[in-house]
Structure formats: structure tokens, C-alpha cells
Design a protein around this ligand. Structure first.
Ligand code: ADP
Ligand code: ZN
Length: 625
């Protein structure tokens, strides 16, 4: 094997990407793969997975070992990914259905001549006889260096993005046994991991599991009241400046909700776009492009949006409906703050969310065993939402990691008041029991709460429920409080929701222990009922997350704005997102240094050799304006 020095990877990092140091486990992974080992890489979103295969690809190509094939399901993003590599002076190309016949033929010619360092292709393309015979030809000539399988969790049917085409990738191992393979994913759970190892035959691979913590993300979970207003207030307080608002993603449960919310945000002067699988593919692509290319777009989306979106400066991810489980929540919130600067993950949840999710599980045609797993996962998420201690400790412990209270989540920053809901829980359960006894049918949450709180509604009178012995004995509880208790009772399985019968509530066996007072119910004081948040940018102590990302003043701020305007032009000419040219942080560092000569630009993070050569003079000129 040709000689590869220890420092090769380090010098590629510096020279090509303009970065000083590897992050976290990148070094270990890269050394392992450069040396020809197989690897399974688990890293949270934003952890820096791309470099883990890009650096080995470059080092190995320079050592004469040939090309790296990157398998990725994200056709819509390949153009930008390859464009970003070109900007750094790396020979990269993609093969997918967006290319014309002639364009594809040209890529194939270059591939066979060994002129490409990284080739991106979708799994269905990789496993065609035509492509495999091209790989055979490269392999015979010792020019097939590495396979990188991105979003590797797509191989697992337990994951949330199962893609059958990934199963066919076993051919890589069988056909090119000597060629190292690495699988990368941000999905952590053990079942998925085991599935990846088995399906992609990575039993011998080095496993690299990073810490899943994303310390720059601040977690906040609030109870729903008027969620649209709550969201607007959050964006206004935390993510709006006189210059405009930050880029963010708002996740909703349904397509209809996506459409409505995008419209409402626009009516409130925000720059919002809808994205869901029901939209025409062209519209979807257009909205995604705008989100990536323009500053300060808020994407209202279903979970159809986001995989592979590598925009580094998404400053917030909001959930206006509760996701299905913690894996989904963590993956989605992980899309905030990839650049390492402060970012927010904000979620609102309510009783209706719990009821809806339980119903979807109950109504799904899946096996009982599978439903049980889903219920368990929903409960874990609800536990996180209702938690009165550090959110990050809970999140990380879900992924099997121990940590200390973080100081950067809502509960750490403002410890919530707690109340004992055990008595309220018993009263609710006995009301449900008595009503069922008296009327022979079950009722929904609203009616039960009315009885307990002693409200003589038409329905109460109609059924004579003011005669029930618990009528009015819970008058001291607010509806908000009782909803919280009901959520807990559903979460712990003491109550079941009957979706077939208008979401009526039924006692389960587990209710007995609660009725006997054996299960303490601890609840956080309702946050939604609290007075309007008066948090502003200046009063948040450490500064608002968004502002803290870039803090410049005077001449530096002026230069930063000028550099951004220049970058917009370049990005438009190259048909690429602005961050592919330079990250905000790089422009801010330039603006602050106020460089006069090309030497002054040396060592600024994000300026590699190619970018220095291509843009150095222009950057200096813009700074002098
Ligand atoms: P992932 O694919 O794991 O979600 P990316 O590969 O997109 O993450 O990396 C996230 C961001 O971090 C990118 O903007 C990338 O340029 C940056 N990055 C990665 N590694 C480093 C490093 N060693 N030094 C500085 N920035 C890095
Ligand atoms: Zn915390």
C-alpha cells in the first residue's frame, strides 16, 4: 500500500477545509478508515459526519487508491453537497436521475478515468448492473478506494426512514470484499444499530459512538394553550432583530396544520413556507432551495422535511405538536445550530397530543408487540415533557449516556414549581368510575372535568351527573391542572382512551394502585397559565441564543454586512447556498480581523487553500470599502 503519513489527514483538514482541529472522535474515525478499516459511525446531527468520509476519501485518492463512492438517499441535496466540495477544490460528482443522459455519461467517463475523488449516488443507482460493472472495472484496476453509506439507518425497518433499496447494498461487501466500508447515521438506538451491522455486514467494523449531547441547543418544553400565539411570541422574543428574523423549522403533525401555520406566520410578517409530502415535488424542491439559499426563512413542515438538510445556521426548531418519540424529537431538534452557535429547541404539547398519539398507535394495523413498543416510546417522550428536572439529563440518559444538570434548558434556567397531583388523580379516577357505573357508558375528558369541578353544564344536567358523589369535590383544581393529571394518567396507563368511542376515558387495571394512593403523581405547575413571558433579548442573561451567535459592533458589523451582501452575489452566480461559500462565523471572523493582506486571512476557520485563492482578493477589497 502506498505510504500514508499520520499527518496526511491533518493537513487535508487544514489545507482543503481550512479547519484547525478535528472535532470529537473525527480523528480516530478518520485514522481508522484511512488505514483501510471498516467503520460504523454514530454521531448526532451536526456532529460533523461528512468530514469523516471526505477526509479519508481525499487522503486515499492522493495516495493513489482511487475513488470513494458515497451512497446517499438524498438526491435533492447532492447538487449542493458536491458544489460545496468543488468550492473547496475537491473533485466530486453525483449520479442521479436529475442528470441528463449526456451529463450522466460525462460523469461515467470521468469516473472510469479515475478523475473523481468522491462520487455521490443513490442506493438504487449503485445496485444497477450497469453501475456495478463500472465499479468492477475500477476495482480490477485498484481504483476503488472506499464506500461511505450515509443515513445508514435507512437499512433498518425499525428506523423511521426504512428504504428497501438499502437492503441491496449487501452486494458491496460480497462483490468488493477488500474495499473498506463505512456506515454513518445519527440514529442511536441499539436495535437500529444491530440491524445496520447485520444488514450491511459490519461485524468486523470499528464502532464509533459519539456523545449525543448538543450543548449549544437550549431545550424548552411548554404546555399548549394558544399554540400559534405562543409560537409567535417565542419567535418574536428569541429570534427577531431589527434586521429581520432567524431561519428556523416548525414541525407540525398534519399537512393541513402546516399550510395553516405557514399562512398565519406570513400574515404576522414572518417569512414562512410550507413543506409536506402532499405538495407537488417541484414546489417542495423550490421551498427547500429557498430555505437553504435565502436568509431567515421559517419552514413549516411535517417530518417529511429535514433529513440531510445541512444548513448550519438554523437557529431554532419548534414543535407545535408532540412528536411520536424521543428519537424523532432529538433528530429533528438536532437540525438547529449545526454551526455550534447557540440555538433553541422549543416544543409545545398538550393533552390532545397524547390522546391523538395513543389513538394512532391503537388504530395502527401493527402487531400488539410493536404497539407496546410504540406506547413505551410515547411515554418516554411524555416523561420528558412533564419532567421537572434537567431536560438534557433525561434526553441523554434515554440514549444511555450519563450527564450532569446542564444549565441550558428551561428547567435548569427556571426551575419549575411542583405540585402534588395524587389527590386530584384519585378524584378524577373515581369520577370516571362512578360516571361509568351510573350511566353505563364512558365520557371524554371535558365532561369528567366539568363534573369534578362542579360545573352544571347542559350535558351534566342531561345525564343527572350532578348527583354523582364526586360532583364539585375538585373545585379547587384548575382545568389546566386537571389536564396535566389526565396526561400523566394516560401516560402511565391508568387510563385508556377509546378512539372508537369519541375519545372516551376508561379505567384500566393500573388505575387501582392510583386510586389507593399508592402511586404519587408529581406535576409541574402549568407553564401555559403563567403570565406572558417578558424575556427579551437583553434580559436573558447570557444573551438571546440567536444574538450570541454573532456579536459584532461598529466597523466590524458594517464589514460583516458588506461581506454577507458580497457572499449572496457569489452564491447566486454559483447556484449554491450562501453558507457553502463561507459560514457566517467565518465572515464574522474576517470582519473582526479587518485584514489588509492575504496573510491576514491565514488561520481563519473555514478558509482553505482553494477559497483563499478564489476569494481572498475580493474579501480584502470588500473589507476596505
Ligand atoms: P452531520 O452530517 O454530522 O450532521 P456535518 O458534516 O454537516 O454534520 O457538519 C456540521 C458542521 O460542522 C458543518 O458545517 C461542518 O463544516 C462543520 N465541521 C465539521 N467538522 C468540523 C471541524 N473539525 N472543525 C470545524 N468545523 C467542522
Ligand atoms: Zn438542563
Amino acid at each position: 500500500m502506498p505510504h500514508i503519513t499520520e499527518s496526511s489527514a491533518q493537513s487535508v483538514l487544514r489545507e482543503v477545509f481550512g479547519y484547525e482541529q478535528f472535532r470529537g472522535p473525527q480523528q480516530a474515525i478518520i485514522d481508522h478508515v484511512v488505514a483501510g478499516g471498516d467503520a460504523l459511525v454514530l454521531m448526532p446531527t451536526g456532529g460533523g459526519k461528512s468530514l469523516c468520509y471526505q477526509v479519508p476519501a481525499i487522503v486515499r485518492q492522493r495516495a493513489g487508491l482511487g475513488i470513494t463512492v458515497v451512497v446517499s438517499p438524498l438526491i435533492a441535496l447532492m447538487h449542493d453537497q458536491v458544489g460545496a466540495l468543488h468550492e473547496s477544490g475537491v473533485d466530486a460528482a453525483f449520479l442521479n436521475s436529475t442528470l441528463s443522459y449526456d451529463e450522466a455519461s460525462e460523469v461515467e467517463r470521468r469516473l472510469l478515468r479515475g478523475e473523481i475523488t468522491l462520487l455521490y449516488a443513490a442506493p438504487e443507482r449503485v445496485t444497477t448492473p450497469r453501475f456495478l460493472s463500472q465499479l468492477d472495472s475500477l476495482h480490477e484496476r485498484g481504483m476503488l478506494s472506499l464506500f461511505a453509506i450515509d443515513e445508514a439507518h435507512c437499512v433498518s425497518q425499525w428506523g423511521h426512514d426504512f428504504r428497501p433499496e438499502y437492503r441491496a447494498l449487501t452486494v458491496l461487501h460480497e462483490r468488493y470484499a477488500g474495499v473498506p466500508r463505512m456506515a454513518l447515521t445519527a440514529t442511536a438506538d441499539a436495535t437500529t444499530r444491530a440491524d445496520i451491522v447485520e444488514r450491511l455486514q459490519l461485524q468486523e467494523a470499528g464502532q464509533f459512538v459519539s456523545s449525543f449531547d448538543r450543548p449549544n441547543i437550549r431545550y424548552t418544553i411548554v404546555e399548549k394553550k394558544d399554540v400559534t400565539q405562543q409560537l409567535l411570541r417565542f419567535i418574536e422574543n428569541e429570534h427577531t432583530t431589527p434586521q429581520g428574523h432567524d431561519a428556523g423549522v416548525v414541525y407540525c403533525q398534519s399537512r393541513k396544520r402546516v399550510e395553516e401555520l405557514a399562512q398565519t406566520l406570513c400574515e404576522n410578517g414572518l417569512n414562512a413556507l410550507p413543506y409536506h409530502a402532499g405538495l407537488d415535488a417541484g414546489v417542495r424542491q423550490h421551498h427547500q432551495d429557498r430555505f437553504l439559499r435565502e436568509d431567515g426563512i421559517i419552514m413549516c413542515a411535517t417530518i417529511a422535511f429535514g433529513m440531510g438538510i445541512d444548513k448550519p445556521d438554523v437557529r431554532f426548531v419548534a414543535h407545535v405538536d408532540m412528536p411520536k418519540n424521543i428519537e424523532g424529537y432529538y433528530q429533528e431538534t438536532g437540525r438547529a445550530g449545526r454551526d455550534g452557535a447557540a440555538a433553541n429547541a422549543w416544543m409545545a404539547y398538550g393533552l390532545q397530543d397524547v390522546v391523538n398519539q395513543r389513538r394512532m398507535i391503537d388504530e395502527s394495523p401493527a402487531s400488539e408487540e410493536f404497539k407496546q413498543v410504540m406506547v413505551g416510546k410515547l411515554d418516554a417522550l411524555l416523561g420528558l415533557a412533564e419532567a421537572i428536572d434537567c431536560r438534557r439529563v433525561r434526553l441523554l440518559s434515554y440514549f444511555g449516556q450519563h450527564s450532569e444538570a446542564c444549565g441550558n434548558c428551561d428547567n435548569c434556567l427556571t426551575p419549575p414549581a411542583v405540585w402534588d397531583g395524587t389527590d386530584a388523580a384519585r378524584k378524577l379516577l373515581s369520577t370516571i368510575y362512578r360516571v361509568q357505573q351510573a350511566s353505563g357508558i364512558s365520557f371524554g375528558a371535558g365532561h369528567i372535568m366539568d363534573i369534578l369541578r362542579g360545573k352544571k353544564t347542559d350535558k351534566v344536567t342531561q345525564y343527572g351527573h350532578e348527583q354523582i358523589s364526586t360532583f364539585g369535590i375538585g373545585a379547587e383544581f384548575s382545568e389546566q391542572q386537571l389536564r396535566g393529571v389526565l396526561r400523566q394518567l394516560i401516560a402511565i396507563g391508568a387510563l385508556a382512551v377509546d378512539a372508537q368511542a369519541f375519545n372516551t376515558l376508561q379505567l384500566t387495571d393500573a388505575a387501582r394502585a392510583v386510586l389507593r394512593g399508592e402511586v404519587p403523581i408529581q406535576l409541574r405547575e402549568s407553564t401555559a397559565a403563567a403570565p406572558r413571558s417578558r424575556r427579551t433579548r437583553s434580559s436573558t442573561g447570557s444573551g438571546s441564543p440567536a444574538k450570541a451567535a454573532i456579536a459584532l459592533e461598529g466597523g466590524a458589523l458594517r464589514r460583516f454586512e458588506a461581506l454577507k451582501a458580497w457572499r449572496t452575489e457569489v452564491a447566486r452566480e454559483h447556484n449554491l447556498p450562501a453558507y457553502v461559500i463561507f459560514h457566517d462565523a467565518t465572515l464574522a471572523a474576517i470582519a473582526e480581523r479587518f485584514p489588509a493582506t492575504p496573510e491576514d486571512l491565514q488561520g481563519i476557520s473555514g478558509i482553505g487553500a482553494r477559497k483563499l485563492e478564489a476569494y481572498g482578493a475580493e474579501v480584502l477589497r470588500v473589507c476596505q470599502l
